[in-house]
Ligand binder design. Structure first.
Ligand SMILES: *Cc1c(COP(=O)(O)O)cnc(C)c1O
Length: 434
């Protein structure tokens, strides 16, 4: 069986060669996913092979994505360009565990990636695919991290990156990266969902290969986040994996990863997935709680300061819904205040993350309070982005000047404002003695 793209709709199941450009199924409009050949081997063979590659100096072995290339075997590794993505740590957050109502909490921190977010895990795969297809120009619509990552990987691979971003409401750390990595950057006067529709119309006409999360190869790369986590945990599955939900590519990727790990015999049990959304951008939460699971009602005006999850019409919802339901998982939503406070608590653990990532801890706090997650559960929360992505938010929170999108003040519950002091030994000694 060669690697193929398969429509996920039960009623369609159309198949396409991986060398064709397919975002949505041309027959039914459904989402497609990559399927690929698997060599029959005992699970211990793979575990040993992947572990041994950690000591190798070969570029692909040093990548926390391509190290697991048998698990993303759609035939593009010969075209891979790596910035040594993945390789992200599992970090224990003691203060965060208590705040979240847990005995113990571990973060899988994707902010340790080369461009500071998990987008790198997927981007290295999708850019390899672009090179394999012989395409020169790649593009994406992004509220930030996708553009930062695409700019870096496309430039490293010698391709032409074009970025479409909403005008205003973007974290400066991310825009700065896109510019620095040399992407042609167009700020379009519309919101994320409107721009996505526009760019999909333009992609064919302008010969742009789209690297948004609808791209099935990004999902393939993001599977390795869970594979690496399991490798780090000696293949013991946690009870819960908690992840923020925007376009829901990560949720889809994690679910697919666990399904395939079971098929390969690498694990014998699947963790439950908990997806956390921001209240002002929570269409997937609404869908999950509603009786009718057949149709997601988009929010035309998503609002949250956590710009990475400010998505009103998430493209990957059918995949994500399937994964959450089949893992016996759940979906929760949290307020701006809850995100801001959780973020400061993660910061005080010496770990730090960007706002969207902190939705995980805020969600855990609610889910333990409701009894959905037990106090002694084994929980891994995925921190999706680096603390330095959005410094403006941090400064405002700690100085008590942060406002939610409606202009209501956010309390700096764990505020830590800088203090202005005279250059006077006595006064400073006095101040620090308190
Ligand atoms: C992209 C992104 C998300 C949202 O992930 P989805 O896969 O779109 O659900 C969350 N956090 C950060 C930091 C991101 O960059």
């Amino acid at each position: 069986m060669p690697a193929e793209l398969v429509c996920i709709a039960e009623s369609c199941r159309a198949r396409f060669p991986v060398t064709e450009i397919v975002y949505n199924c041309p027959r039914c409009g459904g989402l497609v996913e990559a399927v690929y050949p698997r060599q029959e081997c005992p699970p211990d063979h793979w575990k040993a092979l992947w572990r041994n590659r950690r000591t190798s100096n070969a570029a692909l072995d040093q990548s926390g994505v391509w190290r697991y290339r048998e698990f993303i075997a759609f035939g593009s590794e010969a075209h891979a360009v790596t910035l040594r993505e993945g390789n992200t740590p599992l970090l224990e957050g003691r203060g965060a565990a208590g705040y979240g109502g847990l005995d113990r909490l571990v973060f899988k921190h994707q902010g340790f990636n080369p461009t500071g977010s998990f987008k790198d895990n997927g981007m290295t795969c999708a850019v390899a695919q672009a090179r394999r297809l012989g395409l020169r120009r790649v593009g994406c619509v992004s509220t930030g991290n996708t553009s930062a990552s695409m700019a870096a990987y496309a430039s490293a691979a010698g391709l032409d990156p074009v970025i479409f971003i909403p005008n205003g409401n973007i974290a400066y750390g991310k825009l700065a990266q896109a510019l620095e990595y040399g992407a042609r950057t167009l700020q379009v006067e519309a919101n994320f969902d409107q721009i996505l529709a526009l760019v999909r119309r333009l992609a064919d006409r302008l010969g742009i290969y789209l690297l948004n999360s609808i791209n099935p190869f990004r999902i393939e790369g993001q599977k390795t986040i869970m594979l690496e986590m399991m490798d780090q945990r000696e293949w013991r599955a946690p009870d819960w994996v908690v992840v923020p939900g925007g376009n829901l590519g990560n949720t889809s990727a994690f679910g697919k990863a666990f399904r395939e790990m079971r098929e390969w015999g690498l694990i014998d049990r699947t963790p439950r997935l908990a997806v956390i959304q921001a209240e002002g951008a929570s269409p997937f939460y609404e869908l999950f709680r509603s009786a009718d699971h057949s149709r997601l009602v988009a929010n035309p005006h998503p609002e949250t300061l956590a710009t990475a999850i400010k998505i009103g019409d998430p493209v990957s919802w059918p995949k994500a819904l399937h994964e959450v339901l089949s893992s016996n998982g759940t979906v929760e939503r949290v307020t701006e205040q809850e995100i801001a406070d959780a973020k400061a608590v993660i910061g005080r653990c010496g770990i730090g993350c960007e706002p969207a990532s902190a939705a995980t801890l805020a969600g855990i706090r609610k889910l333990t309070a409701a009894g959905t997650i037990k106090r002694d559960a084994d929980v891994v929360a995925v921190l999706t982005g680096n603390v330095l992505k959005d410094p403006d938010y941090i400064h405002r929170y700690h100085t008590g000047t942060l406002e939610d999108p409606a202009g209501r003040p956010i309390r700096s519950t764990y505020g830590n404002a800088p203090e202005v002091v005279p250059a006077d030994d006595e006064r400073i000694a006095e101040l620090l003695a308190k």
